[in-house]
Design a protein around this ligand. Structure first.
Ligand SMILES: NC(=O)C1=CN([C@@H]2O[C@H](COP(=O)(O)OP(=O)(O)OC[C@H]3O[C@@H](n4cnc5c(N)ncnc54)[C@H](OP(=O)(O)O)[C@@H]3O)[C@@H](O)[C@H]2O)C=CC1
Ligand SMILES: O=C(O)CCC(=O)C(=O)O
Ligand SMILES: [Mg+2]
Length: 418
């Protein structure tokens, strides 16, 4: 296949048909990145649980062929010291269509830009889908965690994550500031000398393709509402435009009409006949709403930064980022990944919760159409939690719980698949 370091195992490629549907062979090759930090702790249990679920569901007829691809610190040892994200890793995800990754480190301030963001941008994985659902028995800081059942659709390619920014004191930053002051009439940069500057791109096309996916999900999954979360009162032409384009798309493509004179809208789900509400909430208010009135929110479509904040905040309501899964998707490629990062202080201790990556694997199985195996993973997770044999993050908050290692929690899930 012409890869330099990637070894392609026996198995077959997943392909995408003309209608956009996946053709999944019984023995698909799935690329995975182990990940930095706690990647070594969470990736092996994820593979073990997914393999066990597939085996149990299909009695050996189906099996994933895992293919390791490299990024982050491991890539610098497999390739060379300067290679953090090899081109062939991106090629493999493009070629094999469905993959999964552990977390990758991003230094704050100087150094390399986020490899996680780079993978999303290079592959144009414009949807970051993060479901947030409570499992019975999981410790939560809120009174009714069972009311939390939301799915975040985070725009994954634009906003400040596009990385259009310049460092204070550089000729580039000075040039942009000079342009803004002298040619654009901007007189509100408080300290123009030695000032870092960033630009936040938000486009109609980028917004609409995200909101389209979120609304289609709302329809397909019989959900009640879609909430556009934005900070449009302050950033009118980026966040405000996101809201306006979101409503516009609901009207143009889903036939939504104003509800009680607007701005909220509604339309009938063509599949169920039930009403779907399309509404909007300003981002800071939303962070309060998800704590006080989580039952009012269902599917959420939001910009990149808001989605990043909301993901971790919502995860905290249902047990933390140790069990918060996610998927990065384009129209044909999906790269599944945990919401959490590399948690360096726990790296290599077999201690952290592998649940986030395991549930990302569950999303991946569902994406493949391997529903029976995905359901077994959910059963296993629910059973492991109710047996109260859990990793440190749950154990420290659960009464009467027994502390287990990351690898042991994976085994508990397998035992409890039913
Ligand atoms: N997609 C990705 O790959 C992401 C990468 N990152 C990167 O990861 C690095 C570290 O970031 P940081 O801000 O510390 O965020 P992390 O998500 O890595 O960790 C923050 C805290 O979350 C808890 N936590 C994280 N993962 C788990 C888990 N699996 N089980 C239980 N608890 C968990 C721990 O809390 P406690 O201390 O309370 O035990 C941990 O200290 C940075 O370089 C960052 O850029 C960050 C987010 C996403
Ligand atoms: O890439 C990173 O370092 C952070 C990304 C992140 O926090 C996220 O995607 O939720
Ligand atoms: Mg984050």
């Amino acid at each position: 296949m012409g890869y330099q370091k990637i070894e392609v195992p026996a198995g077959e490629k997943i392909t995408v048909g003309a209608n956009g549907a996946l053709n999944v062979p019984n023995n698909p090759i799935i690329p995975f990145i182990e990940g930095d930090g706690i990647g070594v702790d969470v990736t092996p249990p994820m593979k073990a649980v997914i393999d066990a679920a597939v085996d149990k569901a299909y009695g050996g007829e189906r099996k994933i062929s895992w293919m390791e691809v490299y990024a982050g610190e491991k890539a610098t040892t497999v390739y060379d010291a300067d290679t953090w994200l090899p081109e062939e890793t991106l090629e493999a995800f493009k070629d094999f269509k469905v993959g999964i990754k552990g977390p990758l480190t991003t230094p704050v301030g100087g150094g390399i830009r986020s490899l996680n963001v780079a993978i999303r941008q290079e592959l144009d994985l414009f949807v970051c889908q993060r479901p947030v659902l409570w499992f019975e028995g999981v410790p939560s800081p809120i009174k009714h965690p069972g009311d939390v059942d939301m799915v975040i659709f985070r725009e994954n390619s634009e906003d400040i994550y596009a990385g259009v920014e310049w460092k204070a004191g550089t000729p580039e930053a000075d040039k942009v500031i000079k342009f803004l002051r002298e040619e654009m009439g901007v007189n509100k940069i408080r300290f123009p000398e030695n000032c870092g500057i960033g630009v936040k791109p938000v486009s109609e096309e980028g917004t609409k393709r995200l909101v389209r996916k979120a609304l289609q999900y709302t329809v397909d999954n019989d959900r009640e509402s879609l909430t556009l979360v934005h900070k449009g009162n302050i950033m009118k032409f980026t966040e405000g435009a996101f809201k306006d384009w979101g409503y516009e798309l609901a009207k143009e493509e889903f036939g939504a009409e104003l509800l009680d004179g607007g701005p909220w809208m509604h339309f009938k789900n063509p599949k169920t006949g039930k009403q779907i509400i399309v509404k909007d909430v300003i981002a800071d208010a939303m962070l309060q709403q998800i704590l006080l009135r989580p039952a009012d929110y269902d599917v959420i479509a939001t910009l990149n930064l808001n989605g990043d904040y909301l993901s971790d905040a919502l995860a905290a309501e249902v047990g933390g980022i140790g069990i918060a899964p996610g998927a990065n998707m384009s129209d044909d490629v999906g790269v599944f990944e945990a919401t959490h990062g590399t948690a360096p202080k726990y790296a290599g201790q077999d201690k952290v919760n592998p649940g986030s990556l395991i549930l990302s694997g569950e999303m991946m199985l569902r994406h493949l159409g391997w529903i029976e195996a995905a359901d077994l993973v959910l059963n296993g997770m629910a059973g492991a939690i109710s047996s109260k044999r859990v990793t440190y993050d749950f154990e420290r908050l659960m009464e009467g719980a027994t502390l287990v290692k990351a690898s042991e929690f994976g085994q508990e899930i397998i035992k409890n698949m039913g």
